[in-house]
Design a binder for this molecule. Structure first.
Ligand SMILES: *Cc1c(COP(=O)(O)O)cnc(C)c1O
Length: 458
């Protein structure tokens, strides 16, 4: 199946009938046909191997086509593939809900107790926003019609998710029809950052002003904890996230943590919120939930939020649900993926990746035009560009032509590295071998040396 004729067959058919996400179809290079994948590697139809340093859009956790997850899926498919989830339940959904509730952090009697199933990160966010909003309505409070989010946030592509992620800059055409949102600064930081205290103090002062002015009209606050993914792997200190959540919670505003990208070990702990000592009212999980095998998501709610939906009639019920809610195959994959965290010591592997990433960043940061080295869990990133004070050096320019050029060069050299504008990051699956990672690091350093004239002003 991997001769040249077949390769062109896949791409030709694709080019005739498929519409790809997040690309300008007219100018995008033809997609690469992947025949199979295993471990950290993708194998193209022409036999070429590509190391997946983007965890396939941040979903893959333990490696591709992991046999334990594949086996669990096959067995579930032969037993119960899917069933309506209104009025019915099944062991995979009940067991996964229990496993998630136990895996999520608790502080005293505050925890996340109720698992609502949806299909993807955007729907997990959509459900969380609707829960926060309706929870107020169910309590007779009608003034809270605003949401609060971080500048630079990304929460997905449905309307509610676009509204709270608007400052990512993807949604210009929809501006007129989005929800009303206040945006508060995200105090990003990096390894050699000397101004973080001042930046955090300024961000908190601005948050205080927003809360003072609009606090009583805000229905919910949503945040990506510790790392803003799509806006360029921007990282903040745990104490900043904690301070923001404390201020918001003190106003009685529900805190929604979007762990769609950060969940399942990506930041070194099973969930990023653990590092900040924050237990939100709602959490959104997806991407790594099934280990990267199937689209599935959950919104997990506190007991307090859940109880505002209880009553004698349907008017306070959460009238929201998807056809494939709690798909048993997704649940089986998620249970198998969770089990691997113990049997394969996934968090220890991720700690080793971080150590290697830190050594690589130290070298990368000595190159011209390479700024803001940062690493958390399996994620490591740098910004490329001219350095202009504290603000630039540089900000993410999503439409920068640099990203596509670098991406093409990395692919030629056998690496899947997808720059976010002028930000280069790696986020390998936990299974990546030390020598694979070392090779990737060396290739990226070579490419940075080679392409420096593109982003260093002479
Ligand atoms: C990817 C992502 C989403 C959206 O998830 P989809 O499955 O792509 O809809 C939401 N929030 C964050 C933080 C993400 O990284």
């Amino acid at each position: 199946m991997n001769d040249a004729r077949n390769t062109s067959g896949t791409v030709e058919l694709d080019q005739r009938h498929v519409w790809h996400p997040f690309v300008q179809e007219q100018t995008a290079p033809a997609p690469l046909p992947v025949a199979r994948a295993s471990g950290a590697s993708l194998f193209l139809e022409d036999g070429r191997e590509i190391l997946d340093l983007a965890a396939s859009w941040w979903v893959n956790v333990h490696g591709h086509s992991h046999p334990a997850i594949a086996e669990a899926l096959a067995e579930q498919a032969r037993t119960l593939e899917h069933v309506i989830f209104a009025g019915f339940t099944h062991a995979p959904a009940a067991r996964l809900a229990e496993a998630l509730v136990h895996a999520l952090p608790r502080i005293d009697d505050r925890g996340l107790d109720r698992v609502f199933y949806t299909d993807n990160g955007s729907t997990a966010v959509e459900a969380a926003l609707k829960m926060a909003f309706q929870s107020w309505r169910n309590q007779g409070e009608r003034r809270r019609t605003l949401f609060l989010a971080f500048e630079g946030a990304y929460h997905g592509d449905t309307f509610g998710a676009m509204s709270v992620g608007r400052s990512s800059g993807f949604y210009g055409p929809f501006e007129d029809v989005l929800l009303k949102v206040r945006f508060t600064p995200f105090a990003e930081t990096w390894l050699d950052d000397e101004n973080v205290d001042a930046r955090e103090a300024a961000a908190l002062a601005e948050l205080d002003a927003i809360l003072e002015r609009d606090g009583r009209r805000i229905a919910g606050f949503i945040a990506e904890p510790l790392v803003q993914g799509a806006s360029g792997m921007r990282m903040c200190r745990p104490q900043f996230l904690r301070a923001v959540c404390d201020r918001v919670a003190a106003q009685g505003i529900p805190v929604i943590l979007d762990e769609v990208m950060t969940g399942f070990g990506r930041t070194g702990t099973l969930f990023a919120m653990e590092q900040a000592g924050v237990v939100p009212d709602l959490v959104c999980l997806s991407k790594g939930l099934t280990g990267g095998f199937l689209p599935m998501a959950v919104t997990v709610a506190s007991k307090a939020i859940y109880e505002t939906f209880l009553g004698q009639d349907f008017s306070t019920a959460f009238a929201h649900g998807h056809s494939y809610t709690a798909n048993p195959l997704g649940c089986a994959a998620a249970l198998a993926s969770l089990a691997l965290f113990e049997s394969e010591q996934t968090l220890e592997r991720i700690a080793a990746i971080r150590a290697a990433n830190l050594r690589w960043l130290a070298e990368a940061a000595t190159l011209p035009g390479v700024h803001r080295p940062r690493a958390l869990g399996s994620i490591a990133a740098v910004n490329l560009g001219p350095e202009v004070g504290d603000g630039i050096g540089g900000e993410v320019d999503y439409y920068s032509s640099l990203g596509p050029k670098l991406k093409a060069r990395f692919l030629e050299l056998g690496l899947l590295v997808r720059p976010l504008g002028n930000v280069i990051y790696v986020m390998p699956p936990a299974c990546i071998a030390p020598e694979e990672l070392a090779r990737a690091h060396a290739v990226i350093l070579d490419v940075l040396r080679e392409t420096a004239p593109l982003y260093v002003k002479s």
